[in-house]
Write a protein that binds this ligand. Structure first.
Ligand SMILES: N[C@@H](CCC(=O)N[C@@H](CS)C(=O)NCC(=O)O)C(=O)O
Length: 353
């Protein structure tokens, strides 16, 4: 398979990740647009595409690949975007002291606030993390309450800052407002009752409400800035399966359908698609089915090879095109990710350059 050489910057992103959201906010504010100025690759954190793993060893999102440069910290992506264009003055037009204050706020967000937010929001994930939490012996509820209170204390301080001019640094939004926004939003999503009821958070509620009502955040939560399905890496192979048949195959330990309505035994191989063939395959054979009835199986060809399975590129009857054919049953372990088919796959914005 040909090695891909993207010509435009590539952004690896995850729709709901607050770090990726703030990077997208800055890129959008700089006037950049996916499909025109950069290629957006939505990723699943459970099945990161090999291209992301090769670009960045730590493989967190967001990652921006701009030629030979790999920027794998959200704040650095924001700065990169503002270097292209900062006509809203997120970073420009502020004094040194103000920029230092922005940086301190962002450090407080990315450090202590995020620490407490995670432990409040995902208590199970951090159940055994006693290092910086309260004393052992506390119940899970008490630990969660501790982190909630600690996060609220930080929010109260931020809220106090807003009383002067409505924004963290005064009378207009700066890098700090945009960088903290997705995290404050996440706190509210985790505990809207506490957030909405706290009498001393009124300025922060107003601040967040303005962002939630405005277009900037909404824009980066939808296509072409964010998709609900992962980008289909050209390094993987794909099979469209009926959800029910895939569920049965997982339970049985082998998938033996060739294509819709035909078995591996009848046809002799399983029809696969390359990433760029997926939308057309769906259009030809599955378009009449309800959303949710069809799942996309992303298959790692290396896992097939390791299992001794052969994939041959062969002409499809009636078309001059070559399609990958798997000669044998598909082991579920070779499927790196499975997601419901969505028509956004067919949208031009999700296509490769
Ligand atoms: N310091 C990084 C943090 C990014 C980060 O942790 N992103 C999360 C998603 S919200 C991630 O990619 N986690 C890796 C994983 O879950 O495998 C940044 O600012 O970009």
């Amino acid at each position: 398979m040909a090695v891909e050489r993207p010509v435009a910057p590539v952004l690896y992103s995850f729709r709901r990740c607050p770090y990726a959201i703030r990077a997208r906010l800055a890129l959008a504010a700089a006037g950049l647009r996916p499909g025109r100025d950069l290629e957006l690759r939505e990723v699943s954190l459970q099945a990161k595409p090999p291209e992301l793993l090769e670009a960045s060893a730590k493989a967190t999102v967001p990652v921006l690949v701009d030629g030979a440069a790999v920027i794998d910290e959200s704040l650095a992506v924001m700065r990169w975007a503002l270097e292209q264009c900062d006509h809203q003055g997120w970073l420009s037009g502020w004094s040194r002291a103000e920029v230092a204050a922005m940086e301190a706020l962002i450090a407080e967000n990315d450090g202590p606030f995020k620490h407490h937010l995670d432990r409040f929001k995902y208590p199970d994930r951090f159940a055994r993390d006693g290092a910086s939490g309260p004393e052992t012996g506390e119940t899970a509820d008490a630990r969660r309450g501790h982190h909630r209170q600690a996060a609220l204390a930080i929010l109260r301080r931020w809220s106090g800052r807003l009383e002067r001019g409505g924004w963290l640094l005064g009378t207009r939004p700066s890098l700090a407002d945009w960088a903290l926004l997705p995290f404050v939003r996440q706190f509210r999503l985790a505990d809207s009752q506490a957030f909405d009821a706290a009498s001393d958070l009124e300025p922060l509620r107003f601040w967040l409400g303005r962002f939630l009502a405005g277009p900037e955040l909404a824009v980066v939560l939808d296509p072409p800035w964010a998709f609900r399905s992962p980008w289909p890496s050209p390094r993987w192979l794909y099979h469209l399966a009926l959800r029910s048949e895939w569920q049965t195959a997982r339970a049985e330990g082998a998938y033996r359908r060739s294509t819709r309505g035909r078995s591996l035994e009848e046809v002799g191989f399983i029809h696969l698609s390359q990433a760029h063939q997926l939308a057309a395959t769906h259009g030809r054979f599955y378009a009449d089915l309800a959303p949710g009835a069809v799942v996309v199986l992303a298959i790692d060809p290396q896992r097939l090879a390791a299992a001794g399975l052969e994939v041959r590129l062969e002409p499809a009857p009636g078309s001059g095109e070559l399609f990958p054919h798997l000669h044998g049953a598909l082991p579920p372990a070779a499927v790196v990710a499975a997601w419901p088919w969505r028509t956004e796959h067919g949208s031009p914005m999700s296509q490769r350059w």
